[in-house]
Design a protein around this ligand. Structure first.
Ligand code: SAH
Length: 348
């Protein structure tokens, strides 16, 4: 994190910094409110702060704000996909989804990703850089401003591996759930990981009330290694131990993500092995037909295979649902919109 990045500071830190600038503590409260409640896009909007103070802040700090490059709205379900430009010209994508229980935003945590999952578009060019806490918040703030509607759920399931950007992620979570900011309940936040075991254990010990989603995608080490390079570093046995530890520490049940790829991990035997692996765990399985990515040869499982898979799990007492596919017509899968954009830019 850049220390001068004002939107990444906690209220306590901001108070200390304002004091150093010779300002009263209540100015820090006002400033924080402008940034995290009124979602100001710059110091010039903060009209109840003295001009001199705003100018001084402008000189001392950077103030991030995203520029909307593109918005795609699904004609089918109203899902919106945003492509945002960061101050350095990099682009990230976020998704806005409307559910019965409220609006949900899926944000990116990194520009690109270095985890290398074979079916994922975000990782094709590797990691470019981490996002700052402010840049993660900015995605939610920009979408709130653009839609004019409150966001009630946040999922860190866009591009990037959040636990590979741990310190910034944690600060982001603190700011997002802070009562002086948007005050989103921790229970309405989900962080998805491909399974960085030591970081999962570390996160467990923070004892947050967020949901941890684990991208499993296979029920044997051999199959998982074919889909996810991270499986070469940590075995399923180590992963399961970390999941049980997370539940013990936080009381929050784990969500397992399982993307179904035709003839790769969608057979009856796969479902049975998965049920055996998860037996006795207080968990939930989300089945997602894989989103085909042009650069990859994987094919989506058909509806019957997906439903059959879910049924086998349910019969064995495993809580499983098939994720409703949203935004399929708008490059819904991780990293696809950014990728199309970068390709087009290269061709110009
Ligand atoms: N790095 C984190 C979060 C980002 S990916 C993680 O791995 O969990 C969010 C989810 O989308 C993960 O479960 C990931 O495996 C899945 N995913 C990525 N590309 C996909 C695709 N083409 N089809 C279906 N799911 C995909």
């Amino acid at each position: 994190m850049e220390t001068k990045d004002i939107k990444s500071l906690t209220l306590t830190e901001l108070k200390a910094q304002m004091e150093d600038m010779g300002e009263k503590p209540f100015r820090a409260v006002q400033l924080y409110e402008w940034m995290h409640r009124k979602l100001a896009r710059g110091f010039d909007e903060m009209t109840n702060l003295p001009l001199a103070m705003r100018e001084q802040c402008g000189e001392s700090y950077t103030y991030t704000a995203l520029r909307i490059v593109k918005v795609q709205e699904s004609a089918v379900d109203g899902t919106k996909k945003y492509l945002f430009a960061l101050h350095d010209g990099n682009v990230v994508e976020s998704v806005w989804m409307r559910y019965q229980h409220g609006n949900s935003v899926c944000i990116s945590s990194q520009v690109g990703c270095r985890m290398g999952c074979r079916f994922c578009a975000s990782t094709l060019d590797g990691l470019v850089r981490n996002l700052t806490p402010a840049e993660m918040l900015d995605q939610i703030y920009a979408i709130t401003l653009e839609t004019g509607e409150r966001v009630s759920n946040v999922v860190v399931m866009g591009s990037g591996e959040p636990l590979d950007n741990y310190e910034n992620l944690l600060r982001f979570l603190m700011l997002l759930t802070d009562e002086n900011g948007l005050h989103i309940s921790q229970r309405n936040v989900t962080v998805s990981t491909c399974g960085l075991v030591p970081m999962m254990r570390k996160l467990a010990q923070e004892k947050l009330q967020i949901t941890l989603a684990l991208s499993l995608h296979a029920a044997t080490d051999e199959k998982r290694r074919k889909l996810m390079p991270i499986a070469n570093q940590y075995t399923l046995a180590e992963l399961m131990e970390a999941c049980i530890f997370y539940f013990e520490q936080t009381g929050r049940r784990i969500t397992f993500e399982y993307s179904l790829v035709r003839d790769v991990n969608d057979m009856r035997q796969d479902a049975e092995t998965l049920a055996a692996l998860l037996r006795g765990q207080n968990c939930h399985v989300n089945l997602i037909p894989v989103n085909p990515v042009r650069e990859r040869a994987y094919v989506q499982s058909d509806r019957r295979a997906v439903e059959g898979f879910a049924k086998i799990l349910q019969e064995r007492g495993i809580n499983a649902t098939v994720r409703r596919e949203l935004g399929r017509d708008i490059d819904g899968a991780c990293g696809q919109l950014r990728r199309r954009f970068l390709e087009d830019r290269q061709e110009d």
